[in-house]
Design a protein around this ligand. Structure first.
Ligand code: GPP
Ligand code: MG
Ligand code: MG
Length: 349
């Protein structure tokens, strides 16, 4: 752990070192009698699913804490603890994605096959998801049990997991076969889905972790939460846009939203802008696995200039976020929010 001091210059490599420490603790958890095979399985599963993403959520805990404390020179202990909380969010994300890819019948994630598509894995991935989820309270217990904010931290992770699975539930029940009904796909339903399935865990959770570590009471930060939910909504609109118009080589996954009949921002906007004939085309082709149907939907999106509509949305959403951030009384909170926004504005992946 001696090298943790290099954090200011190379946060990401410090962050990855903490991953190795946490992984090794879990692989030697005295509460389980590991055999060589079971230890190898968990290690391979963790390496495959936990560290390979952009790590934005996890790194944001460290970044946010540093900005809240208004200093660059965090102690070794602060660095280790902020990185550990960051990894708990990355573990949560890995757990969600392993299961989400099964539910969405996805093929690739982070530039490699989805975990459940790997030889010998299949539906063992469901249990791996449960294991990933169970690692989080073990990590928290190991490193935060003595902290005054330990109970709040556990409560925060529990609340956010509840919100995310509730969002995932609405995302899924709107696509039940035999009951599909495009007319329900309006902006209010869209916002509800993404607020719950994405914004809480991806945006609110990292900042809330940093606030708790700084000794703050989360009840005093409702406005920060609201801004982060807006930011999370903007992020999911980008995700939906990239699902159709992004480069799979860059985003590391092949979109399935049209085939899966998802309540995507693109289909909501397409419905708003379509004439009767175009609506008919959508009703006939949206939610079908046939590549010819998918191609027709994509061609309609282009005819309706959804790329232009997205660029306009992206600009106006950025302006709105900046002005609500600047209305916040604390300069250090402003810095936290602007830093987070800077990481995702105009992202290509
Ligand atoms: C991903 O949304 C959804 C989640 C990460 C939440 C999953 C929640 C569970 C309780 C499993 P998505 O399917 O739109 O994203 P992607 O395009 O990355 O698959
Ligand atoms: Mg999904
Ligand atoms: Mg998915």
């Amino acid at each position: 752990m001696a090298a943790l001091n290099g954090a200011a210059t190379d946060l990401k490599s410090t962050f990855l070192k903490v991953y190795s420490v946490l992984k090794s603790e879990l692989l030697h958890d005295p509460a389980f009698e590991f055999t060589d095979d079971s230890r190898q399985w968990v290690e391979r599963m963790l390496d495959y699913n936990v560290p390979g993403g952009k790590l934005n959520r996890g790194l944001s805990v460290v970044d946010s804490y540093r900005l809240l404390r208004d200093r660059t020179d965090l102690t070794q202990d602060e660095i280790f603890h902020t990185c550990t909380l960051g990894w708990c969010i990355e573990w949560l994300q890995a757990y969600f994605l392993v299961l989400d890819d099964i539910m969405d019948s996805s093929h690739t994630r982070r530039g490699q096959p989805c975990w459940f598509r790997m030889p010998k894995v299949g539906l063992i991935a469901v249990n791996d998801g449960i294991l990933l989820r169970n690692h989080i309270p073990r990590i928290l217990k190991g490193h935060f049990r003595e902290k005054p904010y330990y109970v709040d931290l556990l409560d925060l992770f529990n609340e956010v997991e509840f919100q995310t699975s509730s969002g995932q539930m609405i995302d899924l029940i709107t696509t039940i076969e035999g009951e599909i009904d495009l007319s329900q796909y309006t902006l209010p339903l869209y916002r509800r889905i993404v607020q719950f399935k994405t914004a809480y865990y991806s945006f609110y959770l990292p900042v809330a972790c940093a606030l708790l570590m700084s000794g703050e009471n989360l009840d005093n930060h409702v406005e920060v939460k609201n801004i982060l939910i807006e930011m999370g909504t903007y992020f999911q609109v980008q995700d939906d846009y990239l699902d159709c118009f992004g480069d799979p080589k860059v985003i590391g996954k092949i979109g399935t939203d049209i085939e899966d009949f998802k309540c995507s921002w693109l289909v909501v906007k397409a419905l708003e802008r379509s004439n009767e004939e175009q609506k008919k085309l959508l009703h006939e082709n949206y939610g079908k696995a046939d590549p010819a149907c998918v191609a027709k939907v994509k061609a309609l999106y282009k005819d309706l200039d959804l790329q232009g509509v997205f660029t306009e949305y992206e600009n106006s959403s950025y302006e709105k976020l900046i002005s609500s951030i600047e209305a916040h009384p604390s300069k250090s909170v402003q810095a936290v929010l602007k830093s987070f926004l800077g990481k995702i504005y105009k992202r290509q992946k």
